[in-house]
Design a protein around this ligand. Structure first.
Ligand SMILES: *Cc1c(COP(=O)(O)O)cnc(C)c1O
Length: 339
C-alpha cells in the first residue's frame, strides 16, 4: 500500500524527470565557484527575485544562519517572531554560533509582528544594549501568507530605523502562488531572502540565499566556516533548477487539495478544524486521542506528525494526489465515527 505522508512537504521524493536532470548535470568544484549548475541556479533565483547574487546551501537552517551572520556582528541583535523558525526551530544557532542575540516579538494570529512592537523593541545606541540591526520575517508562516501591504509597512519601519530586513521564505513560492503575484513582488521588500527547494518545490536537498554582492560574499565566507562549502553540488542544484522550472505553478494544486481536505474534515463530527492556509490544514484533536489516532492512521497507511506542534498539522505536497485525500478523509471518518 502506498504510504500517504502528511507530516511535511519535506518528504517528497524526486520525480523520474528530476532524477534525469540530476544525472545529466554538468558539475565542477563549487568551493572554487566552478560548478556551472550551481552558478546557474544561484543566478537564476537572484535574477528572478531582483537581487545581485545567490548562494546554494544544504538547508534552510543554514541559509537563515548565514543571513543572520551576514547582517549582524557579535553583540548585535535581530528582531524576530516568537514562533518564527529563525528563532524557535533552529537550535538557537544565531546565539550559539554567531553571538547574535534574538529579540523575540509576540506575533499576531496572522503571523505578522505588530509594527508598534517592532518599534518598541528597537534599542537605543547605548552600551547597555545589544545593537538592533535586523528585522527577520517569515512568509509563509505556518502556511499563512503575510499581507502585501504589511510587507511595505514593515519595510518602511525597518528602514526608518536603519535595520536590515531578512525574509525566511522557506515557502516563498507558496506565498506568491497563493497571493497571485510574482515571487519578486514579495522579495523586493527585503535585503536577503532564503528559499527552500526541498519543501513544496520537491527537490531532495537545498536552499538558496539571495541578496546583494556584499551580503552574499559574507554569507559565502560563513558557509565555508560552517562546513557548508561543498564540491560537485551541481547534482543537487540540477534538482533545484528542475523544481523551479516545473513545480512552482503546481503549488496551487497543493493549496486546492488542502482546502478540499479541510472542507471534508470539517464535516466529520468530533474534528475541530482550526484552519487551512496554503498547503497546511490544522486540526485540534484531544490530547488523549492523539496516540490512538496515530495508530489508526498508520494501519491505514497514513503518516501524521504528533507531539511536535500543539495542534495536528496536515501538509499537502507533490506526492499527495486526489485519491490520497479521499483515503485520508475515509480514515479520519472511520476513526471519529467510532466515537
Ligand atoms: C523548513 C523550514 C526552514 C529550515 O529548513 P531546513 O532545510 O529544514 O533546515 C526554515 N524556515 C521555515 C519557515 C521552514 O519551514
Amino acid at each position: 500500500m502506498h504510504v500517504i505522508d502528511l507530516r511535511s512537504d519535506t518528504v517528497t521524493r524526486p520525480t523520474t524527470a528530476m532524477r534525469a536532470a540530476m544525472l545529466e548535470a554538468d558539475v565542477g568544484d563549487d568551493v572554487y565557484g566552478e560548478d556551472p549548475t550551481v552558478n546557474a541556479l544561484q543566478q537564476r533565483l537572484a535574477d528572478e527575485l531582483g537581487f545581485d547574487a545567490g548562494l546554494f546551501v544544504p538547508s534552510g537552517t543554514q541559509s537563515n544562519l548565514l543571513a543572520l551572520l551576514a547582517h549582524c556582528e557579535r553583540g548585535d541583535e535581530y528582531l524576530v517572531g516568537m514562533d518564527a523558525h529563525t528563532y524557535k526551530f533552529e537550535g538557537g544557532g544565531a546565539a550559539v554560533l554567531g553571538s547574535i542575540q534574538p529579540q523575540p516579538i509576540v506575533q499576531a494570529a496572522d503571523g505578522t509582528l505588530p509594527l508598534q512592537s517592532i518599534e518598541a523593541a528597537i534599542k537605543p545606541l547605548d552600551p547597555h544594549f545589544a545593537r538592533t540591526r535586523l528585522l527577520a520575517l517569515e512568509n509563509t508562516w505556518h502556511g499563512r501568507t503575510l499581507p502585501l501591504d504589511y510587507l511595505t509597512a514593515a519595510h518602511d519601519v525597518a528602514h526608518a530605523h536603519g535595520l536590515g530586513l531578512h525574509l525566511d521564505g522557506a515557502r516563498l513560492y507558496n506565498a506568491a502562488v497563493a497571493c497571485g503575484v510574482p515571487a519578486r513582488e514579495i522579495a523586493r521588500h527585503f535585503d536577503t531572502v532564503s528559499i527552500c527547494l526541498s519543501k513544496g518545490l520537491g527537490a531532495p536537498v537545498g536552499s538558496v540565499l539571495v541578496g546583494s554582492h556584499g551580503l552574499i560574499d559574507k554569507a559565502r565566507r560563513w558557509r565555508k566556516v560552517a562546513g557548508g562549502g561543498w564540491r560537485q553540488a551541481g547534482i543537487l542544484a540540477a534538482a533545484g533548477r528542475y523544481a523551479l522550472d516545473h513545480h512552482v505553478a503546481r503549488l496551487a494544486d497543493d493549496h486546492h487539495r488542502a482546502e478540499y481536505l479541510a472542507g471534508r474534515l470539517r464535516e466529520i463530527a468530533g474534528i475541530d478544524l482550526l484552519g487551512q492556509y496554503t498547503n497546511m490544514v490544522f486540526i485540534d484533536v484531544p490530547a488523549e486521542r492523539l496516540r490512538d489516532l496515530d495508530v489508526h492512521l498508520r494501519e491505514a497507511g497514513i503518516r501524521i506528525s504528533i507531539g511536535y506542534l500543539p495542534t495536528l498539522r496536515l501538509v499537502t505536497h507533490l506526492d499527495i494526489g486526489d485519491d490520497d485525500i479521499e483515503r485520508t478523509v475515509q480514515a479520519f471518518a472511520a476513526f471519529f465515527g467510532r466515537g
